[in-house]
Design a binder for this molecule. Structure first.
Ligand code: FE2
Length: 301
């Protein structure tokens, strides 16, 4: 990238758009197991993590996968610069219609697809919930860590590492956090994952790895403020028959204490606490050799 065009980086990952064959199952899981706040349910289900009007939008379809993610910019000027950047690098970027903006609860958006078929919605002006509808969880002791840091993160499955890295780092302008190259299980295949952050500094808003998978993603992650809420969510999974994907553990790179359960869509949801926030001036990119310091084991049998 030339000096003429300093990289434009989104502020945060604003939202997830999930396709789901069973909205009622998602509503129960999100509200009573995870602790999100549900809005209306019809053709779509809006889910809140904070004062934003929606952070997860669950749409009725048969894919049961992540359909799109929203990248939030602080101003229309930054959004325009981001669209210019993507187009200069050869991406096909389409303006989102007024109807689409209304479903996403944003003032304006533009869409482009990545090399793996996931749609990215660059936007600004997310709507806040009405003042008299403060965020309230039915089950959490604390709240979610979202706000300026965004909705959370996701781990994408990549077909082509180089093309995927170019998309995320150049076209979207995300910043490199670190790498992990490690065995998924002792003696098993080595996974190479690349972690990237947006400008507000959540350790990663996206990571990607080349691996065989039935879905576009391995998991999405939401962060809670009180680490007890991680353990309590695990208890609710076990009591409610929600399968665990990986049990409690700690990641060396983002410092997250977490476990993973299986969503109604079949992909994972990581529920974590204590995630690192990057100070850009003091950050050095590292490569780790283990996915977890301890734990994150698949549940027995
Ligand atoms: Fe994660």
């Amino acid at each position: 990238m030339s000096d003429q065009h300093p990289p434009v980086t989104p502020t945060s990952l604003g939202y997830f758009v999930i396709g789901a064959s069973d909205l009622a199952a998602w509503r129960h899981f999100a509200v009573h197991v995870v602790g999100m706040m549900a809005g209306d349910i019809g053709e779509t289900l809006a889910l809140r993590l904070d004062e934003n009007a929606q952070r997860l939008l669950v749409e009725a379809d048969d894919h049961d996968d992540l359909n799109a993610v929203g990248w939030c910019y602080d101003s229309e000027r930054e959004l325009d610069a981001a669209i210019d950047q993507a187009r200069r690098l050869g991406a096909t970027v389409e303006d989102g219609s007024a109807t689409l903006c209304a479903t996403r609860h944003v003032e304006r958006l533009a869409r482009l697809a990545d090399p793996n078929g996931l749609v990215h919605e660059l936007h600004y002006g997310p709507a806040m919930a009405p003042m008299d509808q403060a965020f309230r969880s039915a089950v959490l002791r604390g709240g979610f860590v979202a706000g300026q840091l965004g909705a959370g993160h996701y781990v994408a499955i990549a077909d082509d590492r180089a093309a995927t890295e170019r998309f995320y780092r150049k076209v979207l302008g995300l910043r490199l956090s670190d790498y992990i190259r490690g065995e998924v299980a002792p003696g098993g295949p080595v996974l190479e994952a690349t972690f990237l952050h947006a400008a507000s500094g959540r350790h990663h808003s996206v990571a990607f790895a080349c691996a065989p998978a039935a879905k576009r993603i391995h998991h999405i992650m939401v962060e809670v403020a009180d680490m007890n809420d991680v353990g309590l969510a695990r208890d609710r999974c076990r009591a409610g028959g929600v399968p665990l994907m990986m049990d409690l553990g700690h990641h060396p790179n983002d410092g997250m204490f977490s476990f993973y359960c299986v969503t109604p869509g079949g992909f994972g949801l990581e529920i974590g606490a204590g995630g690192r926030v990057i100070d850009e001036d003091a950050w050095a990119v590292r490569s780790y050799t283990r996915l977890s310091d301890w734990g994150h084991q698949p549940p027995p049998g």
